[in-house]
Design a binder for this molecule. Structure first.
Ligand code: GLV
Ligand code: MG
Length: 309
């Protein structure tokens, strides 16, 4: 099982915690992460039953190398503490992260960290092992995204929640993931995505794009995913099995880029040792490469190796 620093999240599959059928199906799908949802995919009356189902599903196993995550309810509801206590007491040893929706402040993340620590200790689990993914879903969350990223060492990823975000800022559209009609001067999400990405990269966290709701339009998914992948995002939510392969592909390096990155690393290594360890510019065919090229190549190579290339 991958640890906090090496988890792959090219595709993060949303699975309602209330649906046994979808939980069973998820075990056989090639998503890097599966998150069992106790929040918006579960009606209020279905939540107690969903908590039991989620605990059972985690303990039954069969998740292979997938990152196992549970989305709890947000702190403004009356459900969060019970979600955390039941899931972590019942299945803390078989859980990698909790996903905190509508994260608005460092205090909310710190509160989850404290509660997690206490439940881990009481249940005899390793303290601090369970990570946190923080979902940025409203204006306050975005304004505080740096503080959220650094509120706990448990934070592994910042996740964009476009549906709630669009609602929270009164964006004039109902089509999640696509551009709002009337805004034809650029990408309406660019600023939001970049702010999340900068906070993630500044603090060594992953950045994950949110869902694309037109689940039958795989070309549309690829187009929208391609934008955040180009910026540097690590993965995206998937809501339907048909989006998984596309997401794994879009957030992996292209084969030619991976091969080129490996060539750069080899050539630079060769040049550095020939120069007695001194670093500087070198030539790879007609291309000049230097220390910055090596760093870019390391990113592509690391992502490719994680994707099994
Ligand atoms: C996901 O939770 C979203 O609001 O987009
Ligand atoms: Mg949401």
């Amino acid at each position: 099982m991958a640890d906090r620093t090496t988890r792959s999240r090219r595709s993060c599959l949303a699975v309602p915690g209330s649906s046994q059928k979808m939980i069973d199906k998820a075990r056989g799908l090639p998503a890097d992460e599966v998150f069992l949802d106790l929040e918006d995919a579960c009606a209020p009356l279905a939540k107690p039953d969903a908590r039991r189902r989620v605990v059972e599903a985690l303990n039954e196993g069969g998740w292979g190398t997938r990152t196992r995550v549970v989305r709890v309810n947000d702190w403004t509801t009356e459900w969060t503490y019970r979600d955390v206590v039941e899931v972590v007491e019942g299945a803390g040893a078989n859980l990698d992260c909790l996903l905190l929706p509508k994260a608005q402040s460092a205090e909310q993340v710190a509160a989850l960290d404290l509660l997690l620590t206490q439940v881990e200790r009481a249940a005899g689990h390793e303290v601090g092992r369970i990570g946190i993914e923080a979902q940025i879903e409203n204006a306050l969350g975005l304004v505080n995204v740096n503080a959220i990223a650094t509120a706990s060492p448990r934070v592994e990823a910042l996740v964009f929640g476009p549906a709630d975000f669009m609602a929270s800022i009164n964006m004039k559209t109902l089509v999640v993931g696509e551009q709002p009609p009337g805004y034809d001067v650029g990408d309406a999400y660019h600023h939001i995505l970049m702010q999340i990405l900068m906070a993630a990269r500044a603090h060594g966290k992953q950045a994950i794009d949110g869902p694309y709701l037109q689940i039958r339009d795989v070309d549309g998914f690829r187009r929208v995913a391609g934008r955040s992948a180009a910026l540097g995002f690590d993965g995206k939510w998937v809501l339907h099995p048909g989006q998984i392969e596309a997401s794994n592909e879009v957030y992996s390096p292209r084969q030619e880029d991976y091969d080129h990155a490996e060539n750069i690393l080899d050539a630079y290594e060769h040049h550095t040792s020939a120069a007695g360890g001194a670093r500087g510019a070198a030539m790879l065919g007609d291309e000049m490469i230097d220390e910055a090229s090596r760093k870019m190549a390391l990113v592509i190579s690391g992502k490719g190796r994680a994707a099994g290339m």
